[in-house]
Design a protein around this ligand. Sequence first.
Ligand code: NAP
Length: 568
Amino acid sequence: MTHPAHAADRVTDGSAGSRDPKTYDAIVIGAGFAGIRMLHELRTRGLTARVLERGYGPGGTWHWNRYPGAHSDTPSWVYCFLFDKDLLQDWDWNERFPGQRDMEAYFNHVVDRFDMRRDIQFDTRVTSAVFNESIDRWLVTTACGETFECTYLISATGVLHAVIEPSFPGVEEFEGESLVTGHWPDRPVDFVGKRVAVIGTGASAVQSIPIIAGDADRLIVFQRTANYVLPARNVALDDWQRNAIKRNYDHLKELISRHPFALAQELPNRLFSETPPELREGAFERAWELGDFQFIFFTYDDMLTNPEANAMGAEFVRKKIRAIVQDPATAEILTPRNHPIFSKRPPVGVNYYETYNRPNVDLVDVRANPIARITPRGIELADGTEHEVDMIVYALGFDAATGSMSRIDCRGRDGESLREKWLRAPDTFLGLTVEGFPNMFMLSGPGAQFSNFPPAIEGQAEWIGRAIDHTRAQGAETMEPTREAAERWAATITQIAEATLVPKGAEAGSWIYGQNIPGKPKATYFFLGGVPMYIEMINAEADAGYRGFRFASVEARTADPVAHTPRR
Ligand code: NAP
């Protein structure tokens, strides 16, 4: 049997090794939203850059997540690049929520439209990035031994990209087909006539379960924690809607720039605490019908801060589950109880709860009776029950925020390991830089905003471009944050998060708090103050002359070696 880690087609490094490092101003790791946007920014500012991408095409997470039903949960017209007016006019979205195929086509369109392919190297997995203090440059090495030297190392590796591989005892012994949602093969997968298991009920599983159920002879879903699954209400877009989107982009961009999650809409401007009790449920009903994250963004402004508002929203969803799911025992297992709604990122589904009314679908609660091992024929639980299946779909999630860069052997001053540093705490300044890692920048790094990511990435790419310009204009070789600035940032994002109900999700294993990975520090991995505040704060740092940073030049270092003594 093929281990699921190797099940995706073509995961090799295609380029032949070369001994001499190739030299660029910047190396960008990853060609998803962040890497593509960063390449555009670097080119605009006249820097030479190479983007190194593990996949054989652009798109990052949208290249790998080909599982059945894979769709964005964010409307297509805001889940895109906004930097180029003509690009906004020459692309047509097919659905309210774009599917994986559309996303992949979009990325290829953007890369070709801006003639980016010549600067992107696909099939190239970066294995290490080491800062050489004697020349103030980064040495980047790939899996096939190719080396690159650069002044600026830019991580665009994605927030949810480092897939959690199944580690159940016996995984290798399974005689059927094993698949992992996070690196699904680029070929048709046939469930017809098969007995299929899906392990996990997060966002990826919730999208794939109804599709698999439609084909499979039998589907068994293994759930550990019940989630609040919101209905997507996806629709195909018609020409009138597409034209309306294009005509209104100036207005849409203005709305996006003001919305905390970077969506093109106004906030409800309504507090639960100020709404008469008899009118409160109406907002939940309307938002449920509108679908998707309208359940938070179209209900009450205090949904994430007012426990009473949150509890009523959570109870509303529980009532919907009981109304939709016909078997009371199944409905009971599907009902979330131990965390506030939105303290974990809620999955969004199409006919998700309805799927459990199908005669070929069973739900197994593995909270009290966990999966003990994978057998050659299926899945065995702690009490010895064995569920025989022909295929297992693992939808176990990601090592979020810090995972992708931690899988690269990244070393800063004095050989300090980024992986080890982040095993202590996800230490960054502004979510963009790390103390001890000069000239290393991150897009959507730990400590950066939590939102609809693409619009926020645009602000980060501009910030990084401006910081590089500033460093060069000063005649400095390096830029890196101070320890004090990093500590201040950690305190700031923790304080912001603690004003919300989001930390409560940690007890329910939320990846937002690193709690889906055993041993990962429980910490604030995201800025939860909203994109406008985040962009304002990072730009204020730049406008004030980068006071949280230290700039060093070769001359200064030679003249005052003490000023450059390694700090630890
Ligand atoms: P996830 O939400 O973290 O879900 C992982 C699932 O695997 C959880 O149900 C988890 O249960 C379960 N699991 C993990 N280990 C297990 C074990 N040993 N035994 C039984 N169950 C186990 O991961 P995901 O579905 O890949 O989604 C992650 C994030 O990616 C989403 O929250 C979203 O932000 C993003 N995403 C977005 C989209 C979209 O926009 N459409 C689609 C997919 C993913 P516990 O809850 O008990 O840990």
